[in-house]
Design a protein around this ligand. Structure first.
Ligand code: NAD
Ligand code: FES
Length: 286
């Protein structure tokens, strides 16, 4: 059992969990992921690592309610426990002294960029981070990324904070500011990662992305996380999750991610209906 030490809702429907997992945290490195299971009949859910407190053996994950399982997980409280936290899984992000690095996080892809930015900074790089969200209230991890970067740039789609536009609006400005960029690392929605790859391709800026396809076992056996990179089949759970952005077939990944949308919607609607009934019954009893 893996005890939740702290839980806070950092934005509507987005919760940060600090989980006691000393053995996992001792081994884990930036860019890896874990698989959570709430209870014996629960779904296995891959989650990026959103922080590693090595001193206290505490793992941070950030969960956005997008369906039945993430909704049930976000209803857990401090003191509750996850049945399993499997990991660390995947290959750690490649970290070396590149020079000027731009780390980019979009939406709930912001937390996983934090340990990566920190690792790149610790390796002696000049790290600038760009975070983007639809609106000001969805900007998360600002304090953490201010500390982990030499400079933090912010973009919102609606212009409510920072640059009005996408993370690529800021990236384009940085690419034209006269100082060469040596490495770009991005985590976020697939359209964002695809747009970043298109932005840096012509100037041949080394660009890597962390992919989040559907996963089941997380150990290379089921094939669910199949992606095409440079024309070859790769399994994101064991060959990644980080890949060269200029070689990823993002269109194939987008269509594979949509495969179970219908079933996911049915399960989520039922979960919302049942949660509403439970709340109504509890209210009637009190
Ligand atoms: P979102 O749709 O709100 O987008 C967040 C930001 O990404 C936007 O504000 C914008 O700056 C940028 N963006 C989006 N579309 C873009 C485009 N076409 N061009 C350029 N920039 C674009 O994000 P969300 O709803 O929070 O979703 C985050 C996604 O991140 C989810 O799909 C989740 O699965 C994914 N994620 C990925 C990983 C990973 O390891 N790759 C980890 C966590 C989350
Ligand atoms: Fe099963 Fe990667 S999740 S092979």
């Amino acid at each position: 059992m893996y005890k939740i030490l702290e839980k806070d809702e950092i934005c509507p429907k987005i919760c940060r969990f600090r989980i006691e997992a000393p053995k996992l945290v001792a081994k884990a490195q930036a860019g890896q992921f874990v698989i959570l299971r709430q209870h014996e009949r629960g779904e296995r859910v891959p989650m990026s690592i959103g922080g590693l407190d090595k001193e206290n053996g505490v793992l941070t994950v950030v969960i956005q309610e997008v369906g039945k399982t993430s909704g049930a997980m976000n209803a857990m409280k401090a003191g509750d426990s996850f049945l399993d936290v499997v990991g660390p899984l995947g290959i750690p992000s490649h970290v070396e002294k590149f020079g000027r690095c731009i780390c980019i996080g979009g939406g709930v892809g912001i937390p996983p960029i934090y340990p990566i930015a920190q690792a790149l900074k610790d390796a002696g790089n000049q790290v600038e981070t760009i975070i983007g969200a639809r609106t000001k209230d969805l900007l998360i991890y600002r304090e953490e990324l201010t500390a982990a970067s030499h400079k933090l740039h912010i973009a919102t789609d609606d212009g409510s904070f920072g640059t009005h536009g996408f993370v690529t609006t800021v990236l384009e400005k940085l690419m034209n500011d006269g100082t060469p960029i040596d490495f770009v690392m991005a985590v976020g929605p697939v359209p964002m990662m695809k747009a970043i790859a298109a932005t840096t391709r012509e100037k041949k800026i080394k660009t890597w992305v962390s992919l989040n396809p559907i996963m089941v076992d997380g150990t290379g056996m089921c094939g669910a996380c199949r992606v095409t990179v440079g024309g070859k089949t790769k399994f994101a759970c064991v060959d990644g999750p980080d890949f060269d952005a200029h070689k990823v077939d993002f269109d194939e990944m987008t269509s594979r991610l949509k495969m179970y949308h219908k079933q996911e919607k049915v399960a989520y609607d039922r979960f919302l209906h049942e949660s509403k009934n439970c709340a109504f019954q509890a209210e009637s009893k009190s």
